[in-house]
Every structure is written in structure tokens, then in C-alpha cells.
Design a protein around this ligand. Structure first.
Ligand code: PEP
Ligand code: MN
Length: 333
């Protein structure tokens, strides 16, 4: 249920209403917007009398919300959420480009890529330390050492770091990581999501391999209902009958998610396509349809990359793409 308050509703009366609802054992999510305050009610609202609340003179309107996701729902929070990562902002018109290799391989590799993507205009550095690989015989990541190397690259470039957490027991290793990524294979690892909900870290939550938008939003809800509202959603392609591409990039998810949720939505054209030359056109298309940012794999020597070389851009191609993305943003402004 949502209660929209009148613009001039007195603070004291608002608090009385919130206390009364909380006494009914209902969670109240308060969203203070520029023009109106919205109270989002979470829990068993069957016992709340809609007519009674609607008759209060501080109340503008009351509506039942049928969707099962509440904290992530745009109806609960009409304005775009802006996620803050240090000085950087994502969402609400703040566009953010995250770039870097699929996996951290060595200090030299991650530092040189970090410097190159920064020079091209990237705002954050990505790099996997714990890698979810289909084959147990493939490179599994440098793990704790990989995180340390990311920190060195951050120190040298000032770029905040994004890296994937696969297992909740690894959480202490991520204490000094700026953004924790939940990969497509873990989108419905509910224990992990609940644990991340206890932190206040920004979480980059990828859409599941064949996840619906509702499933993605319910996964975000697991994090948010546990207290962490810093969630960035990521469309990274889904499994369909695509034969020549790694996945199918569902760009219509971007405007649809913007309607359904206030959370920022970024796009990963690298995992969505699996082919480096297809990444730039899809990155531009994603930008044109209004995403809040991109996450792109970049490697200094793609043929020798330990993971996802075929979809990794060379630094010079990434720099060229960044120029084009800026032009697209200008064009659709
Ligand atoms: C990654 O970002 O390297 C990754 C494994 O992505 P996804 O979970 O989307 O496959
Ligand atoms: Mn990858």
C-alpha cells in the first residue's frame, strides 16, 4: 500500500501516522521527494482501513500496490535513486561507465588496463577475482590476491573498484571493495542476497541467466528488505535460442525497469553478446534507450586473456566507443 501525503502535511502529524502504522506491525518506507512525501507500507496491510487513512487531512491519496516487490517499486519511491560510490553518482541522470578485464590476472595487467580505461573516460574499474566458470578446469580467478591487485590499481588511478562475490563466507575479503557484483549465476542465491542486505555496500545485481524482470526485482528486494537500498540493476543478456551470440541482449528491459523501479539500470553488452565487434553497437543502443551506465570488458591483450578474451575490447577500441557513447548521449538528451 502507498500513502501519498499532501505537500503541506505537518511533520508532527506525519510522525503520528507513521507511529500508528508501525504499532500495527507494518514497515513504513518514507520517500521524501521534491514535491511530495510517499509512505510505502510493507507487511500485512489487510488490517489497514484504506478509507480511514484516505480521510485524514494530511493524506492526498491511498493505493494498494499489487506487485510483490515493495522497496524496489517506483510507486514507493517515485524519484530515481542515485547511488553514491565515493564522489561518483549513478542514476537519476548520472551516467557511469565501468570497464576492465573479465579477470584480474596480474598487477601489470590490471594497472595498465585501469590506466587505459581511465584515460578513455571510464568512471570505475571492473575485474573478477572470484570467477564463476562453467568448467572447473578453467581459470578460477586469483581470489584474495586479485582483490589486493584491484586495490593497487585503484590507488594508482583513483577509480573505484567493482568485483564479484560468489560466496557469503568471502564477505570479509570485500570490506574495502567499492561495489560488490552479484553475477548472473548467483542472482537467486538468496542467502547471499540477504547477507549483502546487511551491509551498506553498493551492489551491482545482474539479471539471472534466464531470469525474468520480476525475478530480478525480487532479488533486489531481498537485498533492500534487509536494509541495503544501494542496488544497481544490470541487464547482461538472457538465454534464448540465439545461436551466433552468447546471449540475447534484452534492451527493452531498460525502459521497462525504469517504469517499474527507481533503481539505476546499467547494461553489460560484453556478456550479452560474447563478441568484441558486436559490443560497440549494442553499447550505443543501450545508451540510446536510456540506461544509467555500461559495464564493458576491456583487455590489453585479448587473445591471451585468461577469461572472455573474445568479447574484450582493446583499450583503443574502448576509447573510440567512449567517444561514440558521449555523442549518443548528446543526441538523445
Ligand atoms: C562477469 O561480469 O565477468 C560475469 C561473470 O558476468 P555474468 O555474471 O553476467 O555472467
Ligand atoms: Mn566475463
Amino acid at each position: 500500500m502507498i500513502i501519498v501525503l499532501k505537500p503541506n502535511a505537518e511533520k508532527e502529524r506525519q510522525e503520528q501516522l507513521i507511529d500508528w502504522l508501525k504499532n500495527l506491525n507494518i514497515g513504513v518506507h518514507v520517500s521524501v521527494g521534491e514535491f511530495q512525501t510517499v509512505l510505502g507500507l510493507i507487511g500485512d496491510t489487510a488490517k489497514v482501513d484504506v478509507d480511514l487513512i484516505g480521510s485524514l487531512d494530511i493524506v492526498d491519496s491511498v493505493k494498494r500496490v499489487s506487485e510483490t516487490f515493495k522497496c524496489a517499486n517506483r510507486k514507493f519511491h517515485p524519484e530515481d535513486t542515485v547511488i553514491q560510490v565515493g564522489k561518483l553518482k549513478i542514476g537519476g541522470g548520472n551516467f557511469c561507465t565501468i570497464a576492465g578485464p573479465c579477470s584480474v590476472e596480474s598487477e601489470e595487467q590490471i594497472v595498465s588496463i585501469a590506466e587505459a580505461v581511465k584515460a578513455a573516460g571510464a568512471n570505475m574499474l571492473r575485474g573478477g577475482a572470484f570467477k564463476p566458470r562453467t568448467s572447473p578446469y578453467d581459470f578460477q580467478g586469483l581470489k584474495a590476491e586479485g582483490i589486493e591487485l584491484l586495490k593497487i590499481a585503484r590507488e594508482k588511478t583513483g577509480l573505484p573498484i567493482v568485483t564479484e562475490i560468489m560466496n557469503l563466507t568471502d564477505l570479509p575479503l570485500f570490506e574495502d571493495v567499492d561495489v560488490l557484483q552479484v553475477g548472473a549465476r548467483n542472482t537467486q542465491n538468496f542467502d547471499l542476497l540477504k547477507e549483502l542486505g546487511q551491509t551498506r555496500k553498493p551492489i551491482l545485481l545482474k539479471r539471472g541467466l534466464s531470469g525474468t524482470l520480476k525475478e530480478l526485482l525480487m532479488s533486489a528486494e531481498y537485498i533492500m528488505a534487509n536494509g541495503n537500498e544501494n542496488v544497481i540493476l544490470c541487464e547482461r543478456g538472457i538465454r534464448t535460442y540465439s545461436d551466433y551470440l552468447r546471449n540475447t541482449l534484452d534492451l527493452s528491459a531498460v525502459p521497462m525497469l525504469h517504469e517499474l523501479t527507481h533503481l539505476p539500470v546499467i547494461v553489460d553488452p560484453s556478456h550479452a553478446t560474447g563478441i568484441a565487434r558486436i559490443v560497440p553497437p549494442m553499447a550505443m543502443a543501450a545508451t540510446a534507450c536510456g540506461c544509467d551506465g555500461l559495464i564493458i570488458e576491456v583487455h590489453n591483450d585479448p587473445p591471451r586473456a585468461l577469461c572472455d578474451g573474445a568479447q574484450s575490447l582493446r583499450p583503443e577500441d574502448f576509447a573510440e566507443l567512449m567517444r561514440k557513447v558521449r555523442s549518443v548521449r548528446e543526441a538523445v538528451k
